[in-house]
Design a protein around this ligand. Structure first.
Ligand code: 4NP
Length: 161
């Protein structure tokens, strides 16, 4: 397998709902596009409360309905070294953006950006936190992420391949 030439890190708060969903969805998008060996994907959270845990069962179930398997992912916390190791640091909401931007101001590296900046079909720029809501929230997360994943793949192709 060729060495990946681009790396993407998805970031949310807990790394058990939105960012593992993005991780799984974008990995599937890459596989379908025949580009999985050229892009490294990872995800993490700004918080430390779920380190080591599997994704939320509702996120696993929603992803499974779309033939995406995320149950082997385990939560980890964002670390400053990630800013040097990833080409794209894609956060889910403005709260995440503020947190990572504070770290970026101190350490430099890749500038964090809102993942939905790559979206095309929805009129929102944040992925809403589904943790305290119902199953529908997890479907909405996947819809937004799927759309932005297509735009992200396009950007990677234009700028790196
Ligand atoms: P995530 O969702 O940031 O999409 O993983 C959350 C998961 C857990 C909590 C908040 C958001 N929590 O407060 O424990």
């Amino acid at each position: 397998m060729a060495k990946p030439i681009v790396s993407v890190l998805f970031v949310c708060l807990g790394n058990i709902c939105r960012s593992p969903s993005a991780h799984g969805v974008f990995q599937q998008v890459l596989e379908k596009a025949g580009a999985a060996d050229r892009v490294r994907v990872d995800s993490c959270g700004t918080g430390d409360f779920h380190i080591g845990k599997a994704p939320d069962q509702r996120a696993i179930a929603a992803a499974r309905k779309r033939n995406i398997d995320i149950d082997s992912l385990r939560a980890r916390q964002f670390e400053p070294a990630d800013l040097k190791q990833f080409d794209y640091i894609l956060v889910m909401d403005r709260h995440n953006l503020e947190n990572i931007r504070d770290i970026w101001h101190r350490y430099g590296g890749t500038q964090p950006e809102l993942f939905l900046g790559y979206g095309q079909s929805h009129d929102v720029d944040e992925v809403p936190d589904p943790y305290y809501g119902g199953e529908q929230g997890f479907e909405r997360v996947l819809d937004l992420i799927e759309d932005a994943s297509q735009g992200l793949l396009r950007d990677i192709r234009e700028r790196h391949f």
